[in-house]
Design a protein around this ligand. Structure first.
Ligand code: AMP
Ligand code: DBH
Length: 550
């Protein structure tokens, strides 16, 4: 692995003595995802691993099928020049091939870069450039967007990208039939893939996760969520996201020998149909979706009685909503507060109701170090702790939390403390039990139904418009989404851009629809006094207050 990139090292690892401690504790076990699939196939061969829609209808793959598909595809991809250490953008919706593709890449020692189906040209180009991706694996038309065409545009723009492979095409089918062969197992302490951050300062950062660290979080997540071979996990959210991928997600379900059912869409109609027909025992949603499921449960004819656990996370679940979930859906609520950078907290299935309803859980591991520090100092040290029970900014470090983003030395200097704690940007309060309650956010990010939007990124898109002099993007409370984005825009002299024009402009810059401002307010100047334009942070705070009072 080269460490000489001008933007900084690919992987800022754990100090050697810390790594030795995680190995000695049994957290890191020296297994790779490729070898995990081999042992799962040996243990659970004829059991169903993955159920999901393909061109040929509903596919049901056993563990043996998945293993064979991943083997053949790995050989096929190797034939296209993809090998150990190569980065490959994976942009796939919830279909079974997502699973065979990522395991094929893992067997080669190549690194999937997990983009979301919502990402568009501008974002994909950024990820491809930053990762120097060699290939893109995507689909053709999906939800009225031609992903293959977008991927080809990106390939034209980014020199490193040499292949665009389209799942569902005859070419891909051919690759999937290649004679299987074995590849050397990669280093389990090395990078396995790049996950995406929600981004708080500008564009999303790439998050390097290793086989050892991620497998630890997946294994423990499966245990904490009581997954067993008889479990059936419904993946309702887009599976490339860290939450449905690993908390406990598709990978947790596979780790337990359970069945994963991939829902093409998360709405109650589709989800309830699958819960009934596949006898789903566990699923995971974001709060607005939980609210939609709770509502729909009151009038559904579907039999939801198999559902035992519903995880809710990605954004704060209001206590009122939390209280309605169990009674409405006939299952246990499990709250989860996690981040693609690492730390994941769960309420435990045997926790008292008060903690399950009123907190976002406690960390997976006793070796997850938690510091709650002075919230007013963005550079607070890990020693600047607030008094027990007080609200502060959450810092964390541990056996599955990264020490640095990929090729982002400048950003890493502020996103991590000198002693290696990740500054989550979340404001939390710790209960005596160790459970964390998320009470707010210090980072400049909008949490729109669990999808994270960087204020700065959207401001930069708006300011690219010739009629826009300045822009500030803030979150406003929204009953359904939790928050929606509101952009305040100051036009250039004499210009009169309309809300519709500006929204279209942002969309046409090739960004995910969830980043297009929900609301655009054109103002003569920023409607606050005493806040110079020197601090965007203060300006945003003042505008957020203004937006709430509108
Ligand atoms: P990301 O870093 O993009 O993976 O997003 C992780 C962020 O999502 C966290 O730092 C929190 O801000 C937010 N988040 C995730 N789960 C929860 C939750 N249960 N309650 C409140 N915020 C959450
Ligand atoms: O929001 C998230 O990123 C998230 C939420 C719950 C996450 O990454 C996770 C669990 O692992």
């Amino acid at each position: 692995m080269s460490a000489g990139h001008p933007d900084g090292p690919d992987h800022v690892g754990w100090p050697a003595e810390v790594a030795a401690r995680y190995r000695a504790a049994g957290h890191w076990r020296g297994q790779t995802f490729g070898s995990l699939l081999t042992s799962l196939a040996a243990a659970y061969g004829p059991r169903t691993a993955v159920v999901g829609e393909t061109e040929d209808g509903l596919a049901r793959w056993t563990y043996a099928d998945l293993d064979e598909r991943a083997h053949r595809l790995a050989a096929g991809l190797a034939g296209r020049g993809i090998g150990a250490g190569d980065r490959v953008l994976v942009q796939l919706p919830n279909r079974p091939e997502f699973v065979s593709v990522i395991f094929a890449l893992w067997r080669l020692g190549a690194w999937p870069v997990f983009t979301l189906p919502a990402h568009r040209r501008t974002e994909l180009r950024h990820f491809a450039e930053r990762a120097e991706a060699k290939a893109i694996v995507t689909v053709g038309e999906h939800e009225r967007h031609d992903h293959a065409a977008t991927a080809r545009e990106v390939a034209d723009d980014v020199a490193s990208v040499r292949e665009v492979l389209v799942v569902g095409s005859p070419e891909f089918a051919e690759l999937s039939r290649t004679e299987p062969r074995e590849f050397p197992d990669p280093d389990p302490e090395g990078v396995a893939f790049l996950q995406l951050s929600g981004g708080s300062t500008g564009l999303s950062k790439l998050i390097p996760r290793t086989h050892d660290d991620y497998l630890y979080s997946v294994r423990e997540s499966a245990r904490i969520c009581a997954l067993r071979p008889e479990s059936v996990y419904l993946a309702a959210l887009p599976v490339a996201h860290n939450y449905p991928l690993s908390s406990p997600g598709v990978l947790g379900a596979l780790h337990a020998g359970a069945t994963t059912v991939l829902a093409p869409r998360p709405d109650p109609d589709v989800a309830f149909r699958l819960i009934e027909s596949e006898r789903v025992t566990i699923s995971a949603v974001v709060p607005p979706l939980a609210a939609a499921w709770v509502q729909a449960a009151g009038r559904t004819e579907r039999d939801l009685s198999s559902l035992e656990v519903l995880l809710v996370g990605g954004a704060k679940c209001a206590r009122e909503l939390a209280e309605r979930i169990g009674p409405a859906l006939g299952c246990r609520l499990q709250q989860v507060f996690g981040m693609a950078e690492g730390l994941v907290c769960y309420t435990r299935l045997d926790d008292p109701d008060d903690l399950v309803l009123g907190t976002q859980g406690r960390p997976i591991s006793l070796d997850d170090e938690i510091r709650i520090v002075d919230p007013d100092d963005p550079n607070a040290a890990s020693t600047d702790e607030v008094a027990p029970g007080e609200t502060g900014a959450l810092l964390t470090r541990g056996p599955y939390t990264i020490r640095g983003y990929y090729r982002a030395a400048a950003h890493n200097a502020t996103a991590f403390t000198p002693d290696g704690f990740y500054r989550t940007g979340d404001l939390v309060r710790r209960h005596p039990s160790g459970h964390l309650e998320v009470v707010g956010r210090a980072k400049e990010q909008i949490n729109r139904a669990g999808e994270k939007v960087s204020a700065e990124e959207v401001e930069n898109h708006l300011m690219a418009h010739p009629d826009v002099l300045d822009a500030a993007v803030v979150g406003v409370p929204d009953e359904y989404l939790g928050e929606r984005t509101c952009a305040y825009v100051v036009p250039t002299d004499g210009a009169e851009p309309s809300e519709a024009q500006l929204r279209r402009f942002v969309r046409e810059r090739g960004v995910a629809a969830f980043k297009v401002p929900d609301l655009v307010v054109v103002v003569d100047s920023f409607p606050v006094t005493g806040v110079g334009k020197t601090s965007k942070r203060e300006l945003r705070a003042a505008l957020a207050a203004h937006a709430r009072n509108r």
